[in-house]
Ligand binder design. Structure first.
Ligand code: M6R
Length: 613
């Protein structure tokens, strides 16, 4: 939800800001803008509706500045327009904002009475007006006073026209990370914008104010005490955040899955010896996750949004089978409004690639307040959810740039498998031998997934039959139903084809009326325990003329009259089929979007990181 960046130093601010905005564009791409000091306390703003590439054409090559701020917007308050594009200015204040100010209406009325008239429909401009109204020469005091009045979420980078070459920043809810380099000081919404300058960075903690100058970043509390930030180091390099020869980030990230899964799984495999025999088991000692977290539980609650929630649906199936504990999966945006029953023998697992999703963070906070045990499955190191959770399982999938989540999803699945295996072993529901056997199956899934990724052309050919579709259905049972939900969101978010996921047995309770001749149905049949039932459901749609694409276990043996295309998965045990089948669905969505001529990585109206509720 909006990407923001600030730079002050000896380099060309324009170059740092525009390249940073390109890296942050996955967070929003409705409009973009920069504001820079251009001499004598003058701040020059250039902004436009559209993507960063358009803004780049409007910033003159000779644009000279060594300090400025930049923003790429995902519209919340106020439509997509030039006036609503950031930065916003009022008096001596120019700022960029990521987040939502919830009390902006009453602040607007109050500030309008002082003669300040907003020119945009944004909440962000009201924040600029508020800070300007409180500014008497002491930037920190004005920002602290404004923070006391603002409700909602924000990350701000602020220029004061009488303080050239300085950038002030504060955040609540929305992320900000910063680094100091030989070239100068940089701050941004995400490490991907800093990566080409530094691998060392710090997360600006909430309710602290950072002041960036050419040579240093000073962090203070709201009452002015200096604080030393804790530096972190990223383990991936700049090439991880580039396309590396692929046409799109999504395509690249799909193909990175085997490596991402190796990074998620391998470091957590530890040799155990019992009765002279060696076993490789999942072990989370290095993550600081004790076995006791999984003991004495009355229930598990998994809460997340979108794709991360779909990974949670798979987690539920695994936990209930292996741990015999009731598990619920809740949409994070609903969770805290439905009076969840939480106690100290409840384990709440939050799942998030970004670690910044506002609803998931709010669910975690509620769980913590209620005294429940908390564990988060997170990709981005040092993110808000990771920092506020009592225990964190980092997926190590590497940076995911495409809006459609792919490698983060399969890494989340791997996390659930490992956690379920370890928890069942800790609770003595799996013997050491069984746990080792299951874990081996998980590792063996990686070469099977690699084989699927080599079959891109086959899926591209199938996708050609989908490009004219207006509606499409995914059906499956058990794990295949959980995966259908993921296949459906992937397809609709990047192809704009309406799609629905259905538990295959539920079709005849209403949805069958939507199946007409040639309506595509992607049927998943990877689970042998429900294969016969699944075949009956495929017959039901086939009898109504559906165009059936079957994704099936190698030996499923489904009669050819029941489908138009059959994608056979490489052999794995049924338990691990979701990984290979997920790659098939991701590639079908990818090729369909590409063939429809759409923006695969940045689909309309969406943003990668949803830091507003
Ligand atoms: O960063 P998170 O995992 O918390 O994001 C959650 C969802 O916004 C995300 O998975 C979204 O559904 C994806 N765009 C789907 O591909």
């Amino acid at each position: 939800m909006c990407g923001i960046i600030g730079f002050t130093g000896c380099g060309r601010a324009k170059d740092v800001l525009l390249s940073g905005l390109s890296a942050l564009e996955y967070r929003g791409y409705d409009s973009a803008g920069i504001s820079c000091f251009t001499g004598d306390g003058k701040i020059t703003t250039i902004k436009s509706v559209g993507k960063v590439s358009k803004l780049k054409t409007q910033v003159p090559e000779e644009f000279s500045s060594t300090c400025g701020i930049g923003h790429t917007r995902w519209a919340t308050h106020g439509g997509v327009s030039q006036a609503n594009a950031h930065p916003h200015s009022c008096g001596r204040v120019t700022l960029i904002h990521n987040g939502i100010i919830e009390n902006y209406l009453c602040l607007r009325d109050e500030l309008s009475a002082t003669g300040r008239t907003p020119v945009s429909g944004t909440d962000s401009e009201i924040a600029a007006m508020l800070i300007d109204s409180l500014y008497t020469g002491d930037a920190r005091a004005a920002i602290a006073a404004a923070a006391a009045r603002l409700e909602g979420a924000y990350a701000f980078c602020i220029l004061f026209s009488d303080q050239p070459e300085k950038i002030y920043c504060i955040r609540k809810g929305s992320p900000l990370v910063a680094c100091q380099t030989k070239m100068g000081s940089i701050i941004a919404s995400d490490m991907v914008a800093l990566l080409r300058y530094s691998k060392d960075y710090f997360v600006l903690e909430e309710d602290l104010i950072a002041c960036l100058t050419h040579d240093e970043i000073t962090v203070t509390t709201l009452d002015g005490r200096t604080v030393a930030p804790d530096y972190l180091t990223v383990t991936w390099d700049v090439s991880s955040a580039q396309k590396n020869g692929f046409n799109h980030y999504m395509e690249k990230e799909i193909h990175e899955q085997p490596d991402a899964l190796l990074r998620t799984i391998t470091p957590r495999l530890v040799k155990y010896v019992e009765n002279g025999e060696s076993y490789m088991l999942p072990d989370f000692t290095a993550d600081g996750i004790p076995d006791s977290l999984f003991l004495g539980l009355s229930r598990i609650v998994i809460t997340a949004c979108g794709t991360a929630m779909h990974a949670g649906m798979m987690g539920k199936i695994l936990f209930e089978e292996l741990l015999h504990i009731p598990v619920t999966v809740d949409i994070a945006s609903e969770f805290r409004y439905q009076n969840p029953i939480l106690s100290e023998d409840t384990l709440v697992i939050t799942v998030s690639q970004s670690g910044e999703t506002a609803d998931t963070l709010a669910a975690l906070r509620l769980a913590t307040e209620s005294g429940a045990r908390t564990l988060s499955i997170v990709n981005v190191k040092g993110s808000s959810i990771a920092r506020e959770s009592a225990h964190v399982f980092y997926t190590h999938a590497g940076p995911e740039i495409a809006v459609a989540s792919t490698k983060a999803y399969t890494a989340q699945l791997a996390a659930f498998y490992m956690i379920a295996f370890r928890a069942a072993f800790a609770a003595r529901r799996l013997s050491i031998g069984e746990c080792a056997e299951y874990t081996k199956g998980l590792s063996l899934m990686i070469p099977a997934l690699t084989k699927v990724l080599e079959r891109g052309e086959e899926f591209a050919a199938i996708s050609r039959h989908l490009i004219k579709a207006t509606d499409l259905f995914f059906i499956g049972r058990g794990m295949d139903y959980a995966l259908s939900c993921e296949g459906s969101i992937k397809l609709k978010e990047i192809t704009y084809i309406h799609s629905e996921a259905y538990a295959a047995g539920e079709l005849k309770h209403g949805t069958l009326s939507l199946i007409a001749p040639d309506v595509p149905v992607i049927a998943l049949a990877t689970q042998h325990n429900v294969l016969a039932k699944m075949v009956s459901n495929i017959k039901e749609v086939r009898a109504r003329g559906a165009f059936v694409i079957l994704v099936a276990a190698k030996d499923a043996g489904i009669e050819p009259e029941l489908y138009d295309f059959c994608i056979e998965l490489p052999e794995t045990s049924d338990r691990f089929a979701p990984f290979t089948a997920a790659a098939v669905l991701q590639l079908i969505a990818y090729h369909t979007s590409f063939l429809r001529g759409l923006d695969v990585d940045q689909p309309r109206h969406l943003a990668k990181s949803v830091t507003v509720e």
